[in-house]
Design a protein around this ligand. Structure first.
Ligand code: C2E
Ligand code: MG
Ligand code: MG
Length: 598
């Protein structure tokens, strides 16, 4: 492109123009010269005719004429080499008959016709020709240059086009290109064929970046792209459509088992990779098919994404084909988007509390505040569903501040308990959270040491240095910080050392594994031991059975939380529980009308 701009385009055009002007002016010059010569010839004939008519009497038929007289006429009519002949010679000379006094032809004047102007032009011709040659050479050179520049331009354009269509890292078609190819595939699909659009999302790439840096994660992405290409059926087109997302597009006969093909790609991705050391990365996939699930590109990609979200919910390695109920979830999403702002301003959101039990002695030591929203017609809507939407809509600041203030206000009823409040990733990322917490504490009068803020692993990965400072600032207020859902996503033990945390909340997925598999207990024991070695207090979430409680106690955890002890319930239920505990009774909370489980 730059070459094209720097090519002497002006000079080229000027050369072409000059050449054109030279050609035209030469042609015009010749025409003028010819015209001027023709005029001369006409004048000469007229002069000759005048001269002879005046002296007509001097001629007599067949008589020679005095040569001096001929010379006189030759001079006056400016006719070179004028001769008077009785019979005209046939040598190409100009001829004009002379009529005598009797009206008969007395003889003929003949002369040599000359073309002085044209001759003069002719004399200039070598110079003009030389100039032309120079100009033509210059024009050819310029045209050639122009051609090069144009070719250069088309090459650059082709390169630019390819770059615009391609993902730089993997060389695969990028998102825009995949969309274009999908359009094409849909247009070309024949009856009896199915076009499938599969979206793969890698799990835990943030963890890879944290451990191996950006270059390491790039290397892994390239390796994953190769695995996908290898495992995909030959008719499939594979592309990279996001930083952690790949897509596979294929048109097959209706009876082809696309699900098995997707499974093969997932298995291939999950095989160990080598980046300095062995790295495992998994992916989940969602897909939709035309014409079965959707006819248009927009619907097909949207439904494939919905299936992908469903697969993400099922966990690493899962795959989900689009199914009509998934659409229901997305309409729910629209419904929530419409209703949530109203619910926030109408104070429809409230808090429930779930007791946290000491593993030694079984007493309630704290409560976790959990958001609840009961919609007038739809009933309860879980926080895991509406909080991500609130984040997208920019409502989380308002909701987060409400939770903190309300939880601290209600905590005043339970002076012996600590109160755990969840912070959404967006809240933690925003530096103003420190001030929000400070003012909520100040307004409530609750000692900061009673507040436990729960953050999740994901937020630590994105910007570790800033998060270390954020946690330190929160510590500065006197509050404590817990890492929630540990083990649900990134499972990076490195964080535990890096971030100044106070408590580790082990995700309930580990508890589910307890008893189910032989090494479930070993893993939890290892995590508990490591956490304790780092000076962290260990809480295990989601304890549902007596067997789990016993095993966890043996594993050495400090606190437990789960349906076995109590479900989240309104503040009044906590009052009753505490009263019951005081009387020495057991630990059960009846499920309140709005109490929900995760
Ligand atoms: P979380 O902070 O890990 O909260 C624990 C979740 O596990 C709660 O779900 C709780 O009801 C559920 N749970 C507790 N014990 C058991 C058990 O024994 N078995 C089972 N199956 N589930 C149990 P919930 O209330 O639906 O909250 C889901 C998530 O929503 C929370 O996970 C938290 O991440 C988020 N969340 C809830 N309230 C808030 C809030 O006020 N602010 C923010 N930012 N997030 C919140
Ligand atoms: Mg929590
Ligand atoms: Mg949790």
């Amino acid at each position: 492109m730059r070459r094209w701009l720097s090519a002497p385009r002006g000079v080229v055009l000027l050369a072409l123009l000059t050449l054109g002007v030279a050609l035209v002016s030469t042609a015009v010059g010749y025409e003028i010269a010819r015209h001027s010569d023709e005029n001369l010839w006409a004048e000469q004939r007229t002069a000759l005719r005048n001269a002879t008519s005046e002296i007509r009497t001097m001629f007599a038929h067949g008589r020679d004429i005095d040569q001096r007289f001929v010379r006189m006429i030759e001079n006056s009519a400016r006719l070179p080499d004028l001769k008077f002949e009785l019979a005209p010679s046939d040598d190409g000379r100009e001829v004009q008959p002379v009529i005598d006094g009797d009206g008969r032809i007395a003889g003929f004047f003949t002369w040599q016709r000359t073309a002085p102007t044209t001759a003069a032009m002719g004399a200039l011709m070598p110079y003009i020709a030389a100039l032309m040659i120079v100009l033509i050479a210059f024009a050819i050179y310029s045209l050639w240059h122009l051609g090069l520049a144009a070719r250069d331009l088309s090459e650059t354009e082709a390169l630019a086009q390819r770059a615009a269509d391609q993902d730089k890292l993997t060389g695969m078609p990028n998102h825009a290109k995949m969309v274009e190819l999908l359009d094409l595939a849909l247009a070309e699909r024949e009856p009896g064929e199915t076009t499938s659009f599969v979206v793969f999302e890698l799990d835990g790439m943030a963890d890879v970046t944290a451990n191996f840096g950006v270059l390491g994660s790039d290397e892994l992405i390239i390796a994953v792209a190769d695995r996908i290409r290898e495992a995909a059926p030959p008719e499939a087109i594979c592309g990279r459509i996001g930083s952690d997302e790949f897509a596979m597009l294929m048109t097959t006969a209706d009876n082809v088992d696309v699900d098995a093909m997707v499974a093969a790609v997932l298995e291939s991705i999950a095989r160990p990779h080598w980046l300095e050391t062995v790295v495992r990365v998994s992916a989940h996939a969602g897909f939709a098919q035309a014409p079965h699930h959707a006819a248009t590109r927009g619907e097909l990609t949207r439904r494939a994404e919905l299936a992908l979200r469903a697969a993400a919910g099922k966990g690493p390695g899962s795959r989900v084909a689009f199914d009509a109920p998934l659409d229901k979830v997305s309409t729910d999403q629209k419904f929530i988007q419409r209703e949530l702002p109203r619910a926030v301003s109408a104070n429809e959101l409230e808090l429930h509390y779930q007791p946290i039990i000491s593993a030694h002695g079984g007493r309630i030591v704290g409560v976790e505040a959990l958001l609840r929203w009961t919609h007038a017609t739809r009933g309860p809507i879980g926080p895991a569903i509406f909080i991500p939407i609130a984040e997208q809509m920019g409502l989380m600041d308002t909701i987060g501040a409400f939770v903190l203030r309300r939880a601290l206000q209600e905590a005043k009823r339970w002076p012996d308990l600590y109160i755990a409040v969840n912070l959404s990733p967006l809240q933690v990322r925003d530096g103003s959270i420190v001030e929000v917490v400070r003012s909520a504490l100040e307004d409530s009068g609750v000692p900061p040491s009673r507040l436990m803020l729960e953050i999740t692993e994901g937020v630590l990965v994105d910007n570790p240095d800033e998060m270390v400072r954020r946690i330190e600032d929160l510590h500065g207020l006197g509050v404590r910080v817990a890492l929630d859902d540990f083990g649900s996503g990134y499972s990076n033990l490195g964080y535990l050392q890096r971030f100044p945390l106070d408590k580790l909340k082990i995700d309930r997925s580990f508890v589910t594994a307890l008893g189910a598999s032989a090494n479930g207990g070993v893993i939890i024991q290892a995590i508990v031991a490591l956490g304790r070695a780092l000076g962290l207090s260990i809480l295990v979430e989601g304890v549902e059975t007596e067997q789990q409680r016993v095993l966890l106690r043996l594993a050495g955890c400090d606190e437990m939380q789960g349906f076995l002890f109590a479900k989240p319930a309104p503040a009044a239920a906590i009052d009753r529980l505490l009263a019951q505990q005081k009387r020495g009774g057991g630990m059960t909370v009846p499920e309140g009308p709005a109490a929900q489980s995760a």
